[in-house]
Each structure stands twice: as C-alpha cells, then as structure tokens.
Design a protein around this ligand. Structure first.
Ligand code: FES
Ligand code: MG
Length: 598
C-alpha cells in the first residue's frame, strides 16, 4: 500500500498502514519528526503514533450550527473509548456544518462543499479509517460520497432522531407538523401562537427530525447499504443505546482497518438497489433520489434514474411513520427499526442478502434473529399499508426525468385527480407558473390567477442552477380560498425538490431544470398540462412550433451568484437526475492508495 520499506509495527493488520507514511517513515525521517511533534499537543506519545496502531478519524458533523447533530460532540467520547479499547488512536476533526432548516439559500448547496472538504481531510491527513457521524439531511450523503472517493475503511454512526413529539394529545412530527399547521393557519383554524407551539412541541429532545424525513431516510439507507452496524439508524438520540452504538462503532472502525474492508467492498449496484427498495418500504424521502445517485456516482456504481421505478415502485409501504403514515421515530425503533423492515423485504425475496457490510458479515447474516416487534408500526410484507408505494418516474416535453412519491397520495387526492372513469391515472389541468418561491408567495392568492381545483401549480428556477442548490419548494400550498373549502393539495410540478417531511404528491426533481433550458422554461400560465401516470408521461399540450417561438424569449432569469462558492457550484453541478454532483469529481476514485507527497 505504501512506497517504503518500514516496519509494519505490531498492529494486527499484517501490513503497513497509511498513517505510517507520516508517523513512521524511514524514507522521510525529517518529515516524520515534524508530524510527530505537533500531534503531541493532545498528549499522544511518539511511541503510540509509531507503533503502527490504526489512526481513526472521527468526522465530527455536530456543532452549534448543526443542532440536529450536536450530540455527536458527546457521542464522540464513546466513539473514542471504542477506538482505544480496540487498539486504535482516535483523531476527531470538524466537518463543514450543514443545517437543513437554516442554511440559506439552501443546505443542498453545501452538500458538495462538505464533500470536497471531507475528501481533502481524509486524503491529506494521516488517517487509516474514519467514523462518519451523520444525522441532519445532507450530512449523511456528503460523508458517504467523500468516503467513497478516498476509499479508506469507513463506518457510519447516525446520531438518531429526536424523541416523539406530542401536542395536545396528538403526535406531532418534525416538518410534517409545519406543513399541516400552515394549511390550518391559512384556513383560519389556528392562530399564530398555536402554530408556533405545535412546531416547538415536535422537537422534545436532542436528535434529528423524528419523522421519516430526509435525515431518518438517509441514515436508514446508510444502514441498508451496509455502512453502519445493524440497527444503528433508528435508535433515538436520547436513548442509552445510542451511546452504546457509538462505542461499538468506534471499536468496529479499528477492526475494519485491520480487516481492510473499504467502502468499495460494500457499495455495489446490488447494495444501492437494496437501498432503493428499503426507501419505498419506509416511505422515504424524495431527496433519497439525488443523494443515492450522488453516492453511487462517487462509488463508481451505475444507478440509473429509471431504477427508482423499475426496482422501487412495486415495493409496498411497510412503515407506518409520518409523513406517509402515523407514527414517529421512537415507535419505529421499538418496532424493530430498519432491520425489521429489511427482514420483511429479505423474506419476500426483495433484498439481496449476500451484500457485504461493515459488520464483516452479509446483510442476510446481520438480519438473523431480527424481526418486527410491533405490527401496528411495521407491517408484514403481505399486509402492507399501501401496495406499490415507491416512486414513479415521469418524462415528457416538460422534462426528461422527474419523480413522484406515491406513498403520500391520499385517497382524496387520488379520487379527485386520478380516478376519472375510463381515464384512471390521467389528469389534465391548467398550469399556473411561478418563477421561484418569492413569485409564488406574492401571487398565490391573487384573484386574477383564478386558481381552482383543476389547476396545476408549477414552480421553476428552483433547481441546482436556478436556486442555486435546488430548493425544497415544490410542495406548494393551494390558495387560501381553496384551503377554506377543504382542498388541501393541488397537483404540483417543479424543478426543485420538496422536504422529505412533506406529505404532498408532487412531481419534482425535474431535470433538466428550467435554468438549464429544460421544457419548464417554455411553459406559460394558462397552458394545459397532461399528467399520465399510466404511461409515465407529463407534457404541456402546446404545439412544437409555439414552443420553438417561446425559446426566443430566452430562459427565465435566476438570481445572480451571491458567494464565491455559488459561482463555483453553478459552474460544476450536474442535474438532480444525476445526483447534482460536481462534474468530473467522480473521476477521482480510491485516491488513498497513492502515498502522500511529502
Ligand atoms: Fe436537521 Fe431535519 S432539520 S434533521
Ligand atoms: Mg429538507
């Protein structure tokens, strides 16, 4: 693995480790001296560093700026204990903070930035393995993307969701309560004080969002991919089991180095298809689509946009967890969590049990003895909450790719829009087009738009280039006059995303986006759009010649770059169908095999 002939040390690996290129390098004794002297600041002795013990990084994603992950600051102590007890040396370092709710103009802009930063750290410092501390939405994919690029042994430690939230006797879940309260507020059913109180009550403890939003989804999928210890994802942040999982994860990180198990040994196409299926069964976030695409890209795995429908659509909804269901993270964990879901899929022949994992065993072996313990929360495969609950993949003259999360289509919505006798699954409506969310908020209640229940709300300028970063704005609320009549959702389409906590059956992640010259750029308010779920099509019923004429109007303008990173991001980012990754970054793979240049 390295270019020199130094001793292996008594590390149990039977080979020289990467960190020894720094700390015990007879070819560069001057540099070794330099590296050793400053790490002493932590009280580490030169003997320890030169002994060839695995040096394990703890990628610390928690901070006051990332409150969803903040308890990792404490959990890291148990990770360190585990690393020490297994014979390793822990080195903790911060990652770029990404707080989903708060980073403007969107946290999605920072996923690739955090990825870049972590790649440089894992590549450029003397680390043999890494514990990836994850939680809030983008902290998980950015960490996994980086670990794949560098390809040193890596293990995911989820921070876990908050405890279940309660408000006036009802369960209130992160995000989902916000969307539901917004509708009640607009309909005049609650006042501003009640609105804020309900949202506060959804957050009773440390941890990330307690719904099956993007955070819980991405941690579940990290486990499904085989990157965390069995049962890690769903343990609530405040439970004592979380600290125990931190300790075990630290221990296992050392063993991964000794056994030389790397992300590239785990992240296969079969592993990603397992994750796609698990996402359907948990009613997971639509953000899983770009994030899994990005992780697959950096892992060198082909995951096609169509895989979501081909492999995921037929999977039933098994987890009765908000936003697709009723319960929250605590009940989900007590019901058996991700292993119980995976066990249902495995027994139904819907999971590849042979995939390797960080435990050193296969998925199938990890799931032995695991099963659901609360059938109200985790349903048997043959008695699901909903059949065929995965994402539909759509295309047409408005975009080449978009997805629709079918597990959140309510019976009422299906009845109103998708059940016309003889035309089931087909809906035609009048387009109301908004350029960005400011335009939407300014005009949604404008009587001149004459919005009724036959309208389709469209938002553009919300993709990776347009926003920039791609914003969670597609789940647009109907105008107040419709809400007051009890019409809580209209069909919506957009080139942005929507929150994983949203319960709207939007058509989203449309690629290419309007700002890249996609079909949405040529749509006008008043056009008719036909959505045909039976054929997977979504088209504007506008003559080709008229579309050509509109092209001469140019692409609808988007905001200028506000920061240097926004400019760099826009120059390099791909579309959501492709994971919105940095163009060309996937050319760099397994880069840790190259010894450092001293
Ligand atoms: Fe951080 Fe939901 S806002 S996990
Ligand atoms: Mg979000």
């Amino acid at each position: 693995m390295t270019g020199n002939n130094g001793a292996t040390g008594n590390n149990g690996a039977g080979r020289r480790l990467r960190s020894q290129d720094w700390f015990d390098n007879p070819d560069h004794i001057d540099m070794t001296a330099l590296y050793l002297e400053r790490f002493m600041n932590q009280g580490i002795t030169p003997e320890e560093l030169r002994s060839g013990k695995p040096v394990i990084g703890i990628a610390q994603s928690g901070s006051d700026l990332t409150p969803c992950n903040r308890h990792h600051v404490d959990l890291a102590k148990r990770v360190r204990d585990g690393i020490r007890d297994a014979g390793g040396i822990p080195i903790e370092f911060p990652t770029h903070p990404i707080f989903e709710n708060c980073k403007r103009p969107t946290a999605a802009l920072d996923r690739n930035l955090a990825y870049l930063g972590l790649v440089e750290i894992l590549y450029g410092y003397p680390l043999d393995g890494v514990v990836l501390t994850t939680g809030c939405d983008k902290t998980t994919p950015s960490a996994i993307m980086a670990a794949s690029t560098v390809d040193i042994p890596a293990i995911v430690l989820s921070g876990g969701p908050m405890l279940d939230g309660w408000h006036e006797g009802d369960l209130v879940g992160s995000g989902t309560v916000l969307w539901r309260s917004r509708r009640k507020y607009a309909a005049g059913e609650i006042d501003a004080v009640e609105f804020v109180d309900a949202v506060m009550d959804s957050a009773p403890s440390i941890g990330h969002c307690n719904t099956m939003g993007t955070a819980s989804t991405m941690n579940a999928l990290a486990e499904a991919l085989g990157l965390s210890l069995t049962g890690c994802a769903a343990i609530p942040a405040a439970y004592r089991e979380r600290g125990q999982m931190a300790y075990r994860t630290g221990r296992r990180a050392v063993e991964l180095v000794l056994e030389d198990i790397r992300p590239s040994d785990i992240l296969t196409r079969e592993a990603f298809l397992n994750a796609v299926r698990v996402n359907s069964a948990i009613g997971g976030s639509t953000n899983a689509q770009p994030h899994l695409a990005a992780m697959a890209k950096h892992a060198g795995v082909e995951l096609f946009p169509e895989d979501w429908q081909e492999h995921g659509y037929d999977i039933p909804l098994l987890a009765d967890v908000q936003p697709a269901g009723r319960f929250l993270g605590e009940r989900f964990h007590r019901a058996g969590g991700v292993p119980a879901i995976m066990r249902e899929l495995l027994d139904a022949g819907k999971l590849d049990g042979s995939c390797r994992t960080v435990t050193g065993s296969s998925i199938g072996q990890n799931l032995e003895g695991r099963h659901a313990t609360d059938r109200e929360v985790i349903r048997p495969f043959d008695r699901p909450l909903k059949e065929r609950a995965g994402f539909l993949v759509l295309k047409g003259n408005l975009f080449d790719f978009a997805i629709m999360k079918t597990s959140v289509i309510s019976d009422e919505f299906r009845q109103r829009y998708l059940s016309e006798p003889g035309r089931e699954g087909v809906f035609e409506g009048r387009a109301i087009v908004f350029d960005g969310s400011e335009d939407y908020h300014r005009r949604i209640n404008d009587p001149a738009l004459d919005i009724d229940e036959r309208c389709i709300l469209v938002i553009r300028g919300a993709g990776p280039l347009g926003w920039p970063g791609s914003a969670e704005v597609v789940n647009m609320q109907p105008p107040d006059h419709l809400l007051k009549r009890g019409i809580t959702s209209l069909p919506t389409i957009g080139d942005g995303r929507q929150s994983g906590t949203a319960d709207s059956p939007s058509i989203l992640n449309a690629s290419p986006e309007s700002a890249a010259g996609g079909g949405l750029a040529w749509l006008r308010t008043g056009d008719t759009i036909r959505i045909d779920l039976t054929k997977g099509r979504c088209d504007m019923l506008v003559e080709e010649a008229e579309i050509d004429r509109r092209r001469s109007d140019g692409i609808p303008p988007v905001p200028a770059d506000a920061t240097p990173w926004q400019r760099l991001y826009r120059k390099t980012v791909t579309q959501l169908s492709d994971g919105a990754v940095i163009e060309g970054a996937a050319d760099f793979r397994k880069i840790a095999v190259t010894p450092p240049r001293h």
